[in-house]
Design a protein around this ligand. Structure first.
Ligand SMILES: [Zn+2]
Ligand SMILES: [Zn+2]
Length: 358
C-alpha cells in the first residue's frame, strides 16, 4: 500500500474514496431513483367485499404472496383496497427505497411475475447469486441480485431470445412457452442504443427448463470456462447454474467470450436493506482501485506488495486483468471500509480529493 490508511476517518473514506461509476450504471436499465409512487385513481366504493371479513393480519399475509399485477388491481378497486396494499410492510419498504421498481416491471411487462414478498427478499439481501460478493443489481426475470462482473462474465445471467433458446437447448416452440419472458426497455445500454423492444428470457431459465424436459442431471461447472467453446450454442449450454467457486475477478478468459448483444438489458440497479439497517445501500465502488489500474501502479510495486494485492493461487502474469476487474467490484459500506485499509491507492486518492488537486 502506498501510505497508511489506518488513520483515515470512515467519513473521509466514504466521501472521497467511494463513488458510483456512470459507465457501469449506464450499462444496465436506467432508473429514476427520485421516483415516487403516483397516486392511484380509486373508485368511491371503499369496501373490499368478502375480503373485508378477513382479519387484517391474514389479509396482509395473503397479499404479500400475490403477484404485483393483482396487487395493483386490488389497489384500484376501492379506497380501502388502496389503503390495505399501501399498509403492507413489504410494499412500504420497496416504495420507500426503490419506487421505480414498479414502473420498470410494468415496462418490461412482468408485473405478474413476482410478488411483493419476492422483491422484498431480494431487497433484504445484498449478495450476488453467482459469486456471493456484493450484488448491486437485480435481474428482473428472476428477482435475484447479481454483481456487475457476473452480469458480464457468467452467461447463465445473460438474456437470450426465444428462438435462440430453442436452438441452443433443443426445445420446441411449445416448451419455451414455459419460460419467464420480459420485454426489453428501449434506450442506451453502454455504447449501444436499442430502439426496439424485444422479448427474451435468461440462459439460466432456458437451461433449467432443458434439464427438466430432457431429464438430464445438472453437470454445469462451478468455475468459468477457460477454453474456447465450439460455438455460441455450446457456450450457452455450459452456463454454470450454481454458486461459483471462483471469484469473477480472477477470470482470464475474456478473449473467448462471445458478444452479448442484450448486455445489461435484463438488470437494473437495486438497493439493499439488510436486516438491522434502516438505511438502504446502493453499492460503493472504489476510486482507489480505478487509480491503481490507470496509473499503472503495478509497475512500481515490489513482489511483496503485489502478493498482497492478488488472491492466493492467482498467476502474477494476469495481475493487469485482475486490477482491471477490481474496478467492477461494488462493496457494502462495512466491506468498503475494510477494503479501504488495504487498497493500494486509497490514501493518495483521499488526499487528492480533500485538497482538490488533480
Ligand atoms: Zn457476482
Ligand atoms: Zn480500492
Amino acid at each position: 500500500m502506498e501510505t497508511n490508511t489506518m488513520f483515515l476517518q470512515d467519513a473521509d473514506i466514504l466521501l472521497h474514496l467511494s463513488y458510483q461509476p456512470r459507465h457501469i450504471l449506464d450499462a444496465v436499465i436506467s432508473v429514476d431513483e427520485s421516483a415516487k409512487l403516483s397516486s392511484t385513481t380509486v373508485h368511491r366504493d371503499s369496501s373490499l367485499g368478502r375480503l373485508d371479513t378477513l382479519p387484517l393480519e391474514v389479509l396482509h399475509e395473503s397479499l404479500a404472496y400475490l403477484d404485483l399485477q393483482s396487487l395493483r388491481y386490488l389497489s384500484r378497486v376501492s379506497l380501502r383496497g388502496k389503503a390495505v396494499v399501501e399498509s403492507l410492510k413489504e410494499y412500504g419498504k420497496i416504495a420507500r427505497v426503490a419506487a421505480y421498481t414498479f414502473k420498470i416491471l410494468t415496462q418490461a411487462k412482468i408485473l405478474d411475475l413476482h410478488s411483493i414478498s419476492t422483491l422484498c427478499v431480494a431487497l433484504c439481501s445484498n449478495r450476488c447469486l453467482s459469486c456471493g460478493e456484493y450484488g448491486a443489481f437485480l435481474i428482473l426475470l428472476s428477482a435475484e441480485r447479481c454483481c456487475f462482473a457476473c452480469l458480464i462474465d457468467n452467461q447463465s445471467l445473460w438474456m437470450i431470445s426465444l428462438p435462440l433458446a430453442r436452438h441452443s437447448f433443443d426445445l420446441t416452440k411449445e416448451q419455451v412457452k414455459a419460460l419467464p419472458v420480459m420485454w426489453s426497455i428501449p434506450g442506451r445500454y453502454g455504447d449501444v442504443f436499442h430502439q426496439r423492444s424485444m422479448a427474451f428470457s435468461t440462459v439460466k431459465a432456458a437451461k433449467e427448463l432443458a434439464l427438466m424436459v430432457h431429464r438430464l442431471p445438472n453437470i454445469s461447472a462451478t468455475t468459468y470456462l477457460s477454453t474456447l467453446p465450439a460455438n455460441l450454442f455450446e457456450w450457452y449450454r455450459q452456463a454454470p447454474l450454481d454458486l461459483l467457486s471462483q471469484d469473477p475477478l480472477t477470470t482470464t478468459d475474456e478473449a473467448i467470450r462471445p458478444f452479448d448483444k442484450f448486455s445489461g438489458m435484463g438488470a437494473m440497479p437495486f438497493p439493499s436493506l439488510v436486516s438491522g439497517s434502516t438505511e438502504a445501500e446502493h453499492g460503493l465502488w472504489c476510486r482507489g482501485c480505478e487509480v491503481t489500474y490507470h496509473d499503472s501502479a503495478i509497475e512500481k510495486m515490489d513482489n511483496s506488495t503485489l502478493s498482497e494485492l492478488i488472491p492466493v493461487g492467482y498467476h502474477v502474469d494476469h495481475i493487469d486483468r485482475f486490477l482491471f476487474r477490481m474496478k467492477y467490484r461494488a462493496w457494502s459500506k462495512a466491506d468498503f471500509l475494510q477494503h479501504a485499509k488495504h487498497c493500494y491507492s486509497a490514501t493518495k486518492v483521499i488526499s487528492q480529493e480533500r485538497t482538490g488537486s488533480p
